[in-house]
Design a protein around this ligand. Sequence first.
Ligand SMILES: Cc1cc2nc3c(=O)[nH]c(=O)nc-3n(C[C@H](O)[C@H](O)[C@H](O)COP(=O)(O)OP(=O)(O)OC[C@H]3O[C@@H](n4cnc5c(N)ncnc54)[C@H](O)[C@@H]3O)c2cc1C
Length: 431
Amino acid sequence: MPNISSDPYWWNAAPPQDFQIESWPNQVDVVIIGGGYTGFGAAITLARAGLDVVIIERDQIGSGASTRNGGITSGNIRLSFDKLSKRFGKEKAIAFYREAKTARADLFNFINTEEIDCDLQSCGRLVGALRPESLEGMKREADKLDKLLDIESTIYDQANLPNCIDTPRYCGGVLRDDISGIHPAKLLAGMCKVARAELVKISTQTKVLSVSQNKQASTDQNFCVETTRGTIRAGHVISATNAYTDSSQPWLRRRLVPVISEMIATEELGENMVRSLMPGMNMYSEALQLGHYYRPSPDGKRVLLGGRRMSADPVKARNRLVKGLTSIFPQLSDASISNHWFGFVAFPFDQLPKLAVHDGVFYPSGFCGSGTVWARWLGQKAALMVLNDLNGSEFQNIPFRTMPFYSGDPWFLPLAMNFYAFQDKFKTTTK
Ligand SMILES: Cc1cc2nc3c(=O)[nH]c(=O)nc-3n(C[C@H](O)[C@H](O)[C@H](O)COP(=O)(O)OP(=O)(O)OC[C@H]3O[C@@H](n4cnc5c(N)ncnc54)[C@H](O)[C@@H]3O)c2cc1C
């Protein structure tokens, strides 16, 4: 068995980083807990407005999900347009989807303006359908998004699907042009560089132990943040810990379900092979609850594929991903795997991202596995709230519920996963 690294493939080009603060700041304007896309999205906005900002990171910059992900900039909302309309009304559903469109465009604009070298590929994302009924539903959704929001899609049937992908698994698919690919770890490293240039202070290997509010104190010292390196007083606190939230933030922990998402990277297959499998060189996913997401590596030499973890045993988990890979590309039955890694994604119980405020602390969180767009965007929105900017977010005032007796340990997850797997069986055609 060849040596399979448990580090993300992305770390070859952009490994996690450590930063220390020369003299510990006893007081700052804003403390941000967590150094991923959310934290840096907030920090850059605040520092550019002239505020004194510190990011406190328990581990290294990049040890969370922001360097472990697939780099597919979907800005996805898990609930379909129809489900959102039923729950919130059509106008609000349009507003949610419009914000997703704006957030995606804002990320591309940010990457281009800041000249962040993160292998941005404006290649579109194809969602493969395993059954004709799924394809029909996807076509209806695509038609709605086109009419209501000018989001264009291209429909592929069995005949023209080989222009995008060479697979026996799908009967068609829908390609969205507005979704791209990035190198996730290079994006985070680029955001970190921008933040440092704006004099954001960063302290890694520093764990936040507690956050308390003193309403009697002056507003610029409202909060007391206790860390393993010392205490900081601050006017504001933004929590950017998302699926990695620990017991120092019990309110948030009770509202998020951390779910393992994991990926494999093949050894180099060569550009010709990868292009023959994926002639569209797009980003890809599947119309299933527990479907796979996959893509060519930015250099076009490997295939990277991810999915939700179904087994606690890492070997079984890897075998499941390999099985997924070969069910899409039987041509890869002999391919070796170079990396197999995992990370956590956070789901609120209603499966909608949140921009919540509780006891004065801002909580941009719960991106349901689509944080390459949402995390930076809602981190930035939290910063704008600190700055009293009234351009809010549609995700601001929706209830952020927990469940009785839930404290952050999702004992029910295996049951939920099996339920989704059961549902998926009916969306999988027998060929
Ligand atoms: C395998 C995988 C594949 C994915 N694929 C995609 C994809 O293709 N497209 C997409 O859009 N999204 C994807 N995602 C989701 C995306 O990566 C996340 O939504 C996003 O990175 C969340 O960013 P964040 O900044 O909120 O959190 P993170 O990047 O997870 O950062 C949180 C940080 O908080 C720190 N922290 C926690 N507690 C403390 C504490 N007490 N003190 C100090 N620091 C603390 C942690 O150490 C961590 O570094 C994927 C995720 C995974 C794991």
